[in-house]
Design a protein around this ligand. Structure first.
Ligand code: UGA
Length: 461
């Protein structure tokens, strides 16, 4: 049985986006020769010039470290397929208006692979895809390889398809790659299993081998479950708001139960980003398509969609009329540690406040250059500011929309002195209520009582 020995085989990572580039550099760090393939000439030349194409902590340094040595960005997909033995598919799987995943980039990649099969290939699906996509890739490769002028004979040229879903979190992606909590590989041959074991062995992380569709479902189920945790705690937050309890303590209390766990119980303005909203819709669509009533997940989605409107309502309750009010909004990315604003609840809130006639002064440590391209500044209405202090100037309220840690460390006295009203609405429960209140602010957050009594602390007895 053929094996992939001692990293002489090349890996091609197809798609140099938020998943592909960190994956490629992670594999290069493990000592593999990696071709990073993308169809965008502009993106490839930026990578070739050593420029990280998006912000991710540590990414620019890692690129510098491997570029031209064991990482080569290239545009020629056909050549990369012929040169490489292992092909990681990291192309986009955007969503259609129906919620269904658009798999056209994967299908195109599978066809190109079929037409360039010159030796054994292991095709590893890393993009998040609905169950049975791996089978479609297999079928597509067989069909097109057989049809290519009748020259290829699949009985002579073998290939395997594997599913190896990624669990990267933007902002800590490189850490997730070098120290993964688990690695899931869906395979249907020993050869694929052995190759993937060889690739991942140095990471000494728990490796779960499953069938193809099981691995695909694990990815969607994990993201849907985490989204469910967030929507759950957000509903608890609304109840805490109504009753005067503290959701952060409720989260702490339930999170101490190892069956629940403390992660992803941070209440706020809801989840965003390129993954959760899209994957949730795709999972709902998949269930519907197979006649399974997964309406639980529809609720998770509906709760999340209401979060931004609920927060705008809090702003309205505090300021009454928003027209002609100046509002400072801190944080635009969908979470800290990234410049990504896709499906960001912060942007939804900014948009909503603008439509109510407020003047917005925005700040984000990383996301402003990208956002300005799609959301251009408007004289006197929408201003991008180079610091939180500048954003707060003459503001009637200051909103925390992304939990960037640096916003915790602001000089509250300096901020208060520049604002028209000392009012903070914290959409992420980032700040310590006592600190900002003692600096003279009225402070409104999510599911935390506005006039706290004894809030308690966790201690061991
Ligand atoms: C998510 C998953 O966490 C990764 O495991 C997965 O690999 C990735 O999607 C993907 O499918 O590619 P990511 O989108 O980078 O990662 O972001 P998360 O850290 O999961 O946060 C998602 C959203 O949930 C953010 O808007 C965040 O602010 C929000 N969130 C998170 C909360 O509102 N509360 C929490 O307690 C946690």
């Amino acid at each position: 049985m053929a094996r992939i020995r001692s990293k002489r085989a090349k890996i091609a990572v197809i798609g140099m986006g938020h998943v592909g580039l960190p994956t490629a550099l992670g594999l290069a760090s493990l000592g593999w020769q990696v071709l990073g393939v993308d169809c965008s000439p502009e993106l490839v030349s930026r990578l070739q010039a050593g420029e990280a194409t998006f912000y991710e902590p540590g990414l620019a340094d890692l690129l510098q470290q491997h570029l031209g040595k064991n990482f080569l960005p290239v545009q020629d997909l056909e050549k990369a397929i012929r040169e490489a033995t292992i092909l990681f598919l990291c192309v986009g799987t955007p969503q259609k208006t129906t919620g269904e995943a658009d798999l056209s980039q994967l299908e195109a990649a599978a066809r190109t692979i079929a037409q360039n099969l010159n030796s054994y290939k292991l095709i590893v699906e890393k993009s998040t895809v609905p169950a049975i996509t791996a089978q479609w890739i297999q079928r597509t490769i067989r069909r097109y390889a057989n049809n290519e002028n009748g020259r290829k004979h699949l009985d002579r040229i073998e290939f395997d398809v594997a599913s190896n879903p990624e669990f990267l979190q933007e902002g800590v992606a490189l850490d997730n790659i070098s120290r993964p909590e688990r690695i899931v590989c869906g395979v249907d041959s020993d050869r694929a299993r052995e190759i993937l074991e060889e690739i991942y062995r140095p990471l000494s992380a728990p490796l779960l081998m499953t069938g193809l569709s099981t691995a695909e479902i694990i990815k969607h189920a994990a993201n849907s479950f985490l989204s469910m945790k967030i929507s759950f705690i957000n509903m608890v937050a609304d109840l805490c708001d109504a009753i005067g309890a503290d959701v952060t303590k409720v989260a702490e209390g339930i999170g101490m139960d190892p069956r629940i766990g403390p992660a992803f119980l941070q209440a706020g303005i809801g989840f965003g980003g390129y993954c959760f909203p899209k994957d949730l819709r795709a999972f709902i669509y998949l269930a519907e398509e197979h006649g399974v009533d997964f309406s639980l997940l529809k609720q998770v989605e509906a709760i999340n969609e209401r979060r931004s409107e609920l927060f705008v309502k809090k702003v309205r309750n505090a300021l009454w009329v928003l027209h002609d009010k100046t509002i400072a909004a801190l944080g635009l990315s969908f979470k800290p540690g990234t410049d990504d604003t896709r499906e960001s609840p912060s942007v939804r809130i900014v948009d909503r406040l603008l439509s109510e006639g407020a003047a917005l002064r925005l700040h984000d440590p990383k996301a402003m250059p990208l956002l300005q391209k799609v959301f251009p500044p408007q004289e006197g209405r929408l201003t991008y500011c180079d610091s939180p202090y500048s954003a707060a100037q003459n503001a009637h309220a200051l909103l925390i929309l992304t939990d960037w840690p640096e916003y915790k460390l602001l000089d509250w006295n300096q901020l208060r002195a520049t604002m028209q009203l000392p009012l903070i609405l914290d959409g992420r429960n980032l700040l310590d209520p006592a600190t900002v209140r003692s600096a003279g602010f009225e402070y409104i957050s999510i599911g935390r009582p506005e006039a706290p009594g004894f809030q308690g602390t966790a201690s061991s007895v």
